[in-house]
Design a binder for this molecule. Structure first.
Ligand code: AMP
Length: 262
């Protein structure tokens, strides 16, 4: 049985090597992170905490799916030793000192979701402090988040290795997300345009594909330099296309590594 840890006092009595933070509503994408964690150690801790600080949209927060019972089973099936599901008061006991996400935190996801990355970094730092793992695993699905967490770990000199896990997709190509359950049947079809566009070779071709899908509203489509997260240049070694938009009012993200140059 997976151990459910609800309080920080109970957590303090345990020691875990690998940490996989989530907001719950677990799916095979999350499970792939847990399985990767298990390759590193048997002592894998998953956290489930829907962090209000990273939601700029209160409706999105209120509608975020909550499925703790199923989550415990999925976490256990993937190999987690324990699930830490703290209360708001445990995570934020007093006045909250927010972590600044810096200039990159205001771009792309951060431009559309004011304060989002500050909220993400604040909760991840707090969870790192509480759980003190050797390794933490994050998905490439949220590529900008992964970049900013690595940047924070460097900045604070935290003794934690950050490991990136590849994007897990549905059979038809849609990147798995806890929010996908909010898509209706037509929306689910429209959402496929994102992964379809990413199969193209150039940004221009991707734009052309996306324009053909009325159900999808594009927020950004950009080729960035993986080292800087700024728009890629002729000198960029590793490039990645990042994309975000809405279907049925549901925000969807995806990205893909582009051919390396040089
Ligand atoms: P969330 O519960 O959405 O905050 O996600 C928790 C972790 O799972 C983050 O590191 C995400 O990047 C990762 N994740 C979510 N969806 C996927 C996916 N489809 N493939 C890989 N990782 C994912």
């Amino acid at each position: 049985m997976t151990l459910l840890i609800k309080s920080i006092d109970d957590l303090a009595r345990q020691k875990y090597d690998v940490f996989v933070p989530t907001m719950g509503a677990l799916h095979p994408g999350h499970q792939s992170l847990i399985k990767l964690a298990r390759e590193k150690s048997d002592r894998v801790l998953v956290s489930i905490f829907v962090n209000p600080l990273q939601f700029e949209n209160q409706d999105d927060l209120a509608r975020y799916p909550k499925t703790l019972e199923t989550d415990l089973k999925l976490a256990e099936a993937a190999g987690a030793a324990a699930v830490f599901a703290p209360s708001y008061e445990d995570v934020y006991p007093g006045e909250i000192t927010k972590i600044d996400a810096g200039a990159i935190g205001d771009l792309y996801e951060g431009a559309s979701r004011a304060g989002h990355f500050s909220g993400v970094l604040t909760v991840v730092k707090r969870l790192f402090d509480l759980t003190q793992p050797k390794i933490a695993i994050f998905g490439e699905k949220d590529y900008q988040q992964l970049f900013l967490i690595k940047q924070m770990v460097k900045k604070f000199n935290l003794p934690i290795e950050i490991i990136a896990a590849p994007i897990i997709r549905e059979a038809d190509g849609l990147a798995m997300s806890s929010r996908n359950v909010r898509l209706d049947e037509a929306g689910r079809k429209s959402a496929l345009i994102i992964s379809r566009a990413l199969r193209e070779d150039s940004i221009a071709q991707m734009h052309a594909v996306l324009e053909n899908e009325a159900g999808f509203t594009l927020d950004y489509l950009e080729e960035i330099d993986e080292e800087t997260f700024l728009p890629a240049t002729a000198n960029s070694k590793n490039k990645r296309v990042i994309i975000a938009g809405w279907v049925n009012g549901v925000r969807l993200l995806d990205n893909k590594r582009m051919g390396a140059t040089g």
